[in-house]
Design a protein around this ligand. Structure first.
Ligand code: ADP
Length: 585
């Protein structure tokens, strides 16, 4: 009951700290006490000034109590509180016979009481207020000695002490109850908060584990799916290549072209999705190898000129003289970035021009910053869409998808690749007035080497007389690879798993091994490890090229660790395969 009354007067433990509650209570008791004193002065017919002063003090305390309850002890309430504390304690001292009377013991009592009730950091305030009051009382007393004696009639003093004692008793009792109640209340709150924190912590750990598991499941799923999709796609692309080479009728040729084009589109779509997940998982590693910028331009031109011609778009790709011909970096990724930009430029331009200009921004010794600018005179991009055009799945509007196709992944991947290579990409465009994509990439200058552009084989049977061991378990892939390789004049032996490959390698050393990675009984990785181990004794080294349908990088890293020389991802581009075989022969 007492505690409930106290809570109502001092404020609940949820809303106020324990110190604020004590101050609230002090204010309330002081208000009550001064109001009582003022009333008493009126009843006793004392000097009306005394009733007015004490009465106004009571009103001020009441206001302060109200503000403190509503607003808390802020920068306005606290100084007023201290000032009024000072004035009222001085008044109290003054009324208690001054410092020649009861003040010294009251002073000590007041300090002890204050100090025992508030936080340590408030001790100086309590002592300072009391000390200042003491001094103020002394000054009043020496200035108006008659005032003291005139108020201090015996009967009045008797009642005053009665009121003061009553107020102090209520105050101390209430403060004690408050302390205990507050302690329990706060302990309960802390316990509740701790429980909540623990629960949140556990939930977070659970969520983290689940997210990790989901991430792992996702990459496993992607790895498997990519393998499963690429394997049949390999057959589709390979077979259409073979059929094209086998003198088809003109009407068949057209169908074959559509078949091959669609299969390649599907492949690039799968590659985009896989690329994006790889970037998201932070699994992209950039190669550092020398490449020839003109060769890169040549292959870009080959890739886009047909489409550009069809659309009546003039395509021009230029390298400024100042840009070194031979650079070091990841040419596959650079090509991918430029391919994305060029195919968009051609796609969104009717009957205009598309230019790729390569210029040098600056050069510090071996380090260069190269600028690739892709300018088109096409439909342009509205200003309000330019901000998020590099976000995933963003297309200008839905009609774009219907008219031009695409997934909205291209630019998202492009931007991420550029940024991962420490480069920058920016866009300038105006609706209806063409677009300019500017990519700045840091690369290194390479040593000049002989361009392989002219080495592209034009022979009918470039692999004539070569013996190739093909380790592959999928019968369709075997047919595709066999057809292509034998067309190139190679002699082929097929092993259906790693163990067979090792045996076959023992019996007759091939010029090149094409090794699938996932095979029953013994994987390509294990077989390569065995071959490399046996070779090290005999001082041999057979080139081993991995054929992988997986786009997952972990697997690709393993390939080199185990001692394979190269990898070709399936579905393979026949020209790329031939180039890589030739490189190692
Ligand atoms: P998509 O696979 O749809 O081409 P991108 O991420 O490459 O995806 O492009 C996203 C969108 O940005 C496109 O759908 C198109 O609206 C707009 N866009 C990109 N490049 C150009 C360009 N050169 N001219 C006009 N619009 C472009």
């Amino acid at each position: 009951m007492l505690v409930r009354l106290f809570n109502a007067l001092a404020g609940s433990a949820h809303a106020f700290s324990i110190h604020a509650r004590i101050l609230n209570m002090t204010l309330f008791v002081t208000t009550f006490f001064t109001a009582l004193l003022s009333a008493q002065s009126v009843v006793e017919g004392l000097d009306p000034m005394l009733s007015i002063i004490v009465g106004s003090l009571s009103v001020v305390f009441a206001c302060l109590y109200f503000f403190a309850r509503v607003r808390g002890y802020n920068r306005i309430v606290t100084p007023i509180f201290i000032a009024i504390g000072l004035i009222s304690i001085s008044g109290l001292y003054f009324l208690s016979d001054g410092i020649n009377g009861d003040v010294p013991p009251y002073f000590v009592f007041s300090c002890i009481l204050g100090v025992s009730l508030v936080k340590r950091k408030y001790y100086p305030y309590i002592i300072a207020i009391n000390a200042l009051s003491f001094v103020a009382c002394y000054m009043l007393e020496t200035t108006f000695p008659e005032a003291i004696t005139s108020y201090a009639t015996d009967e009045l003093r008797h009642r005053q002490i009665l009121y003061a004692t009553t107020a102090l008793t209520i105050f101390s009792g209430a403060a004690f109850a408050l302390f205990k109640n507050n302690y329990d209340g706060e302990r309960q709150i802390v316990r509740k908060q701790n429980l909540e924190l623990q629960r949140t912590h556990q939930n977070l750990i659970r969520a983290k584990n689940e997210a990790e598991k989901a991430g792992q499941a996702k990459s496993e799923f992607l790895s498997t799916m990519s393998h499963e999709i690429r394997t049949p796609l390999n057959a589709v692309i390979g077979m259409s290549y073979i059929l094209q080479e086998e003198d088809p009728r003109p009407d068949q040729l057209e169908n074959l072209n559509i078949l091959k084009f669609s299969a390649e589109n599907l492949l690039s779509l799968i590659n985009d999705v896989l690329d994006y997940s790889k970037i998201e998982a932070g699994k992209v590693v950039f190669e550092e190898a020398e490449f020839h910028l003109d060769e890169l331009l040549h292959s870009l031109e080959q890739a886009h000129s047909l489409k550009a011609e069809e659309k009546g778009v003039r395509l021009s790709l230029k390298r400024a003289e100042s840009v070194p011909q031979v650079l070091i970096g990841d040419s596959t990724r650079v090509t991918q970035i430029l391919n994305n930009l060029l195919s968009n430029a051609v796609k969104f331009t009717e009957d205009g021009s598309v230019d790729l200009n390569i210029t040098l921004k600056d050069r510090h010794q071996d380090q260069v910053r190269v600028i690739f600018t892709v300018v088109d005179s096409g439909i342009g991009i509205a200003e309000e869409r330019q901000g998020d055009i590099f976000e995933i799945f963003t297309q200008e509007d839905n009609s774009t998808t219907r008219k031009f196709g695409g997934t909205g992944l291209g630019l998202a991947i492009t931007r991420q690749l550029v940024e991962l290579m420490d480069g920058k990409i920016s866009l300038q465009s105006e609706q209806g007035n063409g677009s300019t994509f500017r990519v700045e990439l840091p690369l290194k200058v390479g040593r000049a080497f002989e361009s392989s552009a002219n080495q592209e084989s034009t022979e009918e049977k470039p692999l004539a007389g070569k013996y190739i061991l093909l380790a592959e378990d999928n019968p369709v892939n075997v047919i595709v690879a066999e057809k292509i390789l034998s067309k190139w004049g190679a002699e082929i032996n097929v092993a259906k798993n790693g163990a067979e490959a090792v045996t076959s390698w023992e019996e007759r050393k091939p010029d090149v091994v094409l090794m699938d990675l996932r095979m029953p009984e013994m994987s390509g990785i294990e077989a390569t490890a065995i071959i490399r181990e046996r070779e090290s004794g005999a001082g041999l080294r057979t080139p081993i090229i991995a054929l992988t349908a997986s786009a997952m990088l972990d697997e690709q890293n393993e390939i080199f660790t185990v001692g394979m020389d190269e990898y070709v991802s399936k579905p393979f581009n026949p020209a790329e395969l031939l180039g890589k075989i030739n490189k190692h022969l």
